[in-house]
Design a protein around this ligand. Structure first.
Ligand SMILES: [Zn+2]
Length: 72
């Protein structure tokens, strides 16, 4: 699949980092499987992965966590 953003390169499988921020809460999740464009760096995360990350971030926020960095 050609990158839809830059149309310069084929999307390849790789990993990215996803950050969530809400008020004082910050969560960074590293090593998230994603489809990456080697040309522009655009990272596309599968929908089921994105949904899981969002619910994890919501849980951490509700537990009163302020800042965390974790691995996927
Ligand atoms: Zn691109």
């Amino acid at each position: 699949m050609i990158c839809l953003i830059c149309r310069q390169a084929e999307i390849i499988d790789g990993f990215t980092s996803i950050a969530f921020e809400r008020e004082e809460f910050r969560l960074l999740i590293n090593h998230v499987p994603a489809h990456i464009c080697p040309s522009c760096g655009e990272a596309i995360v599968d929908e089921d992965v994105a949904i899981q990350l969002i619910s994890e971030a919501e849980d951490s926020f509700e537990q009163g966590m302020r800042e965390d960095v974790r691995e996927y």
